[in-house]
Write a protein that binds this ligand. Structure first.
Ligand code: ZN
Length: 516
């Protein structure tokens, strides 16, 4: 069989722990040689796989589709994809049999493999990216705790990139303070303040007056007297205030009196922050409308619509009931049938037992070899220093060989400990989540529905012509495909493609091969 070799490492943070491209190439070439397979072409890419659209990767898949090679050799599955789109593409080629084999450093993937498991491994690669971004957020929280404003400076201030702090922009700060003083008098509307800013050269990037909502954000920003809000909390800043708290407080009183502070913060607008507009990409926000009927009945409706911040957008409003019904329908499609869940968790248990067993055998063999190496080193040392039966060059050469083998063994041992069982825990979590979706689909709780949708999609779904559009994460995509192809009681056939009946145990097996 002919293989394409693919090696990838980006300079981005998510690839920091990954072996260098040269290392990947060396190991994979050795692997090919050891197994007597031919490499038709090598593809090397130095880009992140966070987002779809890597040129070398795309070229390789095109050549696979044209029949250039039916198998791929790569270090780990996450070299091929760290995003749902590319992952789905690879999975599809494999499920179709266009790709006959993906061989990684320690595993093999075949068209007959369990689609859910491959989907899940890609899912981990994707999850890793999301965890990283959560870590970045944590870093920003730490910064906030130290009193350093973690995001871009508000009007009146500028970010000092060199010193990584926020400093006062003297000109703008004067105007901001004057605006506060003007509003504190109690005779200005938010529009008037916007006009005041405009007259003094403070406007939107497009040169238009600031929106009313933006003005109310500015007027209620505690940053100006020395504190700041970040992710829902308030922190004491290290930056220089530009006004007294007394002036700021006075402005808050006026805001309240004029009604702008009354922004219904506890509204039950559950789906806010979930959807993006499918036409222009702006956020979807919600609005509550109250209708009074003549007979005295009062009806409350929640409407979701595009914020239209980027200008013209033709999208209509959508009622909350309509969104909730769609959410239920979608969630229902991704629910894991209970039979499948219990079957998969049995497989996971079995896999764990096998991995533990085979790794403890391998571990023992490695420990024995390490002991032998220590003895040999000791003997070599004695020979050279006491008896001087061997010359210096031989001594050095032998020592180098032994130490090199020792290092390799130690590395393999630590990989063995870390690698092989680590993914089972997230798998079990996923099974639990996916099984729960059946209940969520019929629950009236909109917040639970929202969080389920976020788990299925990973990124934000969009809303277009009142329909939710989305790309599910790989494990969920695979689950849904399986649900469409098999009925719920076909427990064993779901684990193979094309409906062939095979015992699940034969299909889903970790293939651990020696590293060198
Ligand atoms: Zn829009």
């Amino acid at each position: 069989m002919v293989y394409f070799l693919y090696a990838r490492k980006s300079t981005d943070v998510e690839d920091k722990q990954v072996r260098s491209i040269d290392d990947q190439l060396a190991v994979l070439r050795a692997l090919a040689k050891g197994e007597g397979v031919k490499i038709a072409a090598e593809f090397v890419e130095k880009r992140s796989a966070k987002t779809p659209g890597r040129p070398v990767f795309n070229e390789m898949l095109e050549r696979v589709e044209k029949g250039g090679a039916r198998s791929i050799l790569c270090w780990k599955l996450d070299r091929l994809a760290r995003n749902p789109i590319d992952a789905a593409r690879v999975q599809w080629l494999l499920q179709q049999g266009t790709l006959a084999h993906i061989r990684t450093n320690d595993r093999s993937y075949y068209p007959s493999d369990n689609v859910l498991m491959i989907g899940f491994e890609f899912g981990i690669a994707n999850q890793y990216i999301r965890d990283l971004s959560a870590n970045t957020k944590r870093g920003l929280h730490e910064k906030a705790k130290r009193g350093e404003y973690p995001t871009s400076a508000p009007i009146g201030y500028v970010n000092d990139k060199g010193r990584k702090t926020v400093i006062v922009d003297r000109g703008e700060a004067k105007i901001v303070k004057a605006a506060f003083e003007l509003y504190a008098e109690g005779n200005s509307r938010l529009e008037d303040i916007s006009a005041f800013f405009f007259k003094n050269g403070i406007h939107t990037k497009g040169g238009k007056p600031l929106f009313r909502s933006r003005i109310s954000v500015i007027l209620s920003n505690p940053f100006y007297y020395g504190h700041f809000r970040y992710a829902g909390d308030i922190y004491e800043g290290k930056h220089e205030p530009i006004m007294s708290k007394a002036l700021w407080d006075k402005v808050q009183t006026v805001l309240k009196k004029r009604g702008w502070q009354d922004r219904k913060e506890n509204d039950p607008r559950a789906f806010c922050g979930l959807l993006k507009c499918g036409e222009c990409g702006c956020s979807i926000t919600a609005e509550i409308k109250v209708k009074h009927q003549k007979n005295g009945n009062v009806h409350r409706y929640v409407y979701y619509h595009c914020t239209k911040k980027r200008g013209v957008c033709s999208q209509p409003c959508t009622r909350e009931e309509a969104l909730s019904a769609q959410a239920s329908e979608i969630i229902g499609q991704y629910a894991m049938p209970t039979d499948w869940a219990s079957e998969l968790s049995k497989l996971a248990d079995k896999d764990e037992r096998e991995v533990v067993q085979s790794s403890s055998l391998a571990n023992q063999a490695m420990r024995e070899e390490l002991d032998t190496i220590s003895q040999k080193l000791q003997r070599l040392f004695t020979l050279y220093f006491r008896d001087e039966d061997i010359d210096r060059d031989t001594y050095r050469r032998e020592k180098e060989l032994l130490l090199s083998r020792k290092k390799s063994l130690e590395e393999e041992r630590s990989l063995l400990h870390k690698g092989h069982v680590a993914w089972l825990e997230p798998l079990r979590e996923w099974l639990k989540d996916a099984e729960m979706l059946g209940e969520t689909a019929v629950s009236p709780d909109l917040r639970i529905k929202k969080s389920s949708l976020q788990k299925i999609f990973g990124s934000n779904p969009s809303l277009k012509n009142r329909r939710i559009e989305f790309n599910p994460l790989p494990p969920y995509a695979a689950l849904r495909a399986a649900r469409q192809n098999f009925s719920e009681n076909q427990t064993s056939s779901v684990f193979v493609r094309d409906g062939r009946i095979e015992l699940p145990t034969q299909v889903w097996k970790t293939r651990v091969l020696p590293l060198n």
